[in-house]
Design a protein around this ligand. Structure first.
Ligand SMILES: NC(=O)c1ccc[n+]([C@@H]2O[C@H](COP(=O)([O-])OP(=O)(O)OC[C@H]3O[C@@H](n4cnc5c(N)ncnc54)[C@H](O)[C@@H]3O)[C@@H](O)[C@H]2O)c1
Length: 251
C-alpha cells in the first residue's frame, strides 16, 4: 500500500456516490485524511467507513464555504479537492424543460465552480493544491452515436444539459489550471465514459458495442486516474482532461 498522500487533507464531494466513494477509498488507502461530503451525511456513512462524513448541498455557496472553512479549521489544511457530485439528465434540446436545464447546470457546473472557488484560497495560502473535477466523455463527444436504435432515440438518449454542463466543467478546469499554476495548485479533470454505477443501470446493452475495450468502466478505474492526478510529484500535470473510456472516444 502506497502512502504517498500521508498527511494530506482531501475533500471529496458526492462522496456517497459510486465514483466519489471509490475515490475517497483510494485517497484513504494512500494515507490522506478524507472528508467525504454529500447531500446527507448518513448516505456517506452508509457507503464508507474511515472517512469524515459531512453534509453538503453543492449548489449552495454558503454550504460550500462553511464546509471548506470547517475542513481547514479541523484538519489544518485543504490539499486535495475532488468534485464528484453530479446528476445525470436526459433530453434533447428541442424538448428539454428550462427547469431541467437549470437543475443540471446548477449542480454539475455551478457546484464545481463554487467548490473550486472556496478551495483555492487555502490552497494558494499553503502553496500546494490538487483539484480534480469529474467531467465526462459526453462533454467531449456530444453524446453517443445511436446507442438507442429506435425511432425515438433522440428524445430518449439526448443528454444536452448533461453534456453542456460537463463541457463547462472541462473548460472551467482549463481556466483554473492557468489561474492557479503559479501557486503550486494543479487543476485537472477526468472524462469517464460509461461507468458501472446507478447512473448507468438503465443504459442499453448496445452501449457496450461502442466501447472498443468491450466493457464499461468501474468506479475504481476512475479512482486510479484521480489518484495519479493528486500525487504530490505530479505537479507539472495541469489543465489535462484525462479520458477514461476504454477507447470509446479519443482526442
Ligand atoms: N457513472 C458514469 O457513467 C459517469 C460517467 C462520466 C461521469 N460521471 C460523473 O461522475 C460523478 C459521479 O457519478 P456517479 O456515477 O458516482 O453517480 P452517483 O449518482 O452514484 O453519485 C453522484 C453523487 O452526487 C451527489 N449529489 C447530487 N446532487 C448533489 C448536491 N446538490 N450536493 C451534493 N451532492 C450531490 C448524489 O447524492 C450522489 O451521491 C458525476 O459528476 C457524474 O456526472 C459518471
Amino acid at each position: 500500500m502506497s502512502h504517498e498522500l500521508e498527511g494530506k487533507v482531501a475533500l471529496v464531494t458526492g462522496g456517497a456516490g459510486a465514483i466519489g466513494a471509490a475515490v475517497a477509498a483510494a485517497l484513504t488507502r494512500a494515507g490522506a485524511i478524507v472528508v467525504s461530503a454529500d447531500k446527507a451525511r448518513a448516505a456517506v456513512d452508509a457507503v464508507q467507513a474511515g472517512v469524515h462524513a459531512e453534509e453538503l448541498d453543492i449548489t449552495s455557496r454558503d454550504d460550500v464555504v462553511r464546509l471548506v472553512t470547517h475542513v481547514v479549521a479541523r484538519h489544518g489544511a485543504l490539499d486535495i479537492l475532488v468534485n464528484a457530485a453530479g446528476v445525470v439528465s436526459f433530453g434533447s434540446a428541442g424538448t428539454l424543460a428550462e427547469s431541467e436545464w437549470d437543475r443540471v447546470l446548477d449542480i454539475n457546473l455551478k457546484g464545481v465552480f463554487l467548490a473550486c472557488q472556496a478551495a483555492m484560497a487555502p490552497m494558494k495560502a499553503s502553496g500546494f493544491g490538487r483539484i480534480v473535477n469529474i467531467g465526462s466523455v459526453v462533454g467531449k463527444n456530444a453524446g453517443n452515436a445511436r446507442p438507442w436504435r429506435d425511432a425515438g432515440e433522440q428524445a430518449k438518449a439526448g443528454n444536452v444539459a448533461y453534456g453542456v454542463s460537463k463541457a463547462g466543467v472541462h473548460m472551467l478546469t482549463l481556466f483554473l489550471a492557468k489561474e492557479l499554476a503559479a501557486h503550486g495548485v494543479t487543476v485537472n479533470a477526468v472524462a469517464p465514459g460509461p461507468i458501472e454505477t446507478s447512473m448507468t443501470t438503465g443504459f442499453p446493452d448496445a452501449l457496450r458495442e461502442l466501447i472498443p475495450a468491450g466493457r464499461m468502466g468501474t468506479p475504481e478505474d476512475v479512482a486510479r486516474a484521480v489518484l495519479f492526478l493528486c500525487a504530490p510529484e505530479n505537479g507539472f500535470v495541469t489543465g489535462e482532461i484525462l479520458d477514461i473510456n476504454g477507447g470509446m472516444y479519443c482526442d
